[in-house]
Write a protein that binds this ligand. Sequence first.
Ligand SMILES: [Zn+2]
Length: 232
Amino acid sequence: MKFIELTSGSSVKGEIIHAFKSEKSIPEANTKYNYILGAVHGDEVEGAHLAQELFKWLAETSEVDMPVIVVPIVNVDGFKLKTRVNGNGVDLNRNLPSTQWTPEAREAKYFPGVAPLSEPENKYLVSLFEKYPPRFILSFHSWYPVINYNGACKEIADFLTSHNKYPIEADFLTHPTPGSLGEYGPQVLGSPVLTFECPVLSDTVTLESIWKENEEGFKKLFTSKVIETFKS
Ligand SMILES: [Zn+2]
């Protein structure tokens, strides 16, 4: 599937945020897009790696032809500095203008910014969502292996867990995430969001092993078109 690079965004520190759009062979009116996002939290290299591997495969394969937008590294400053937060010390996954956004943070690492959507990385993301409306958003993170879904994409969560055996959580009930994409997507964009939490690196877990245990599930998700046919 051929991708073109879109007009890039810019981070707090002036780094370029790259975004790519598939060139679907048969363009349709009112197209909605499947989004793939990596490294909203800059230090989550495992999730960023999966996003990059998936993107690499999508760009090579001729088996997939669908509207896709990829932002491999959203938090480019955090990725460079190996920090969860962006260049302003803001947790981008607490800074989106959902109805539950709050200026309070349980811990410094969850600092939501001075106002909802205050951060250039999120402004750029929202500008993409406005121009290319999402149908489904897949956001890669790492923490402990869990598939968290918000909105009507349980079908996709079930499909992936049948391959990788990660547990599913519909909501992080014990771990509220005000201003997150999981809230913002279904509420404001009408798009379900799947927050895919990878395991983190350890003596036995490598970037390669994480991709290996997920490769089949993701390739089948896209080639069997579950991602296009699920009822959202
Ligand atoms: Zn994260």
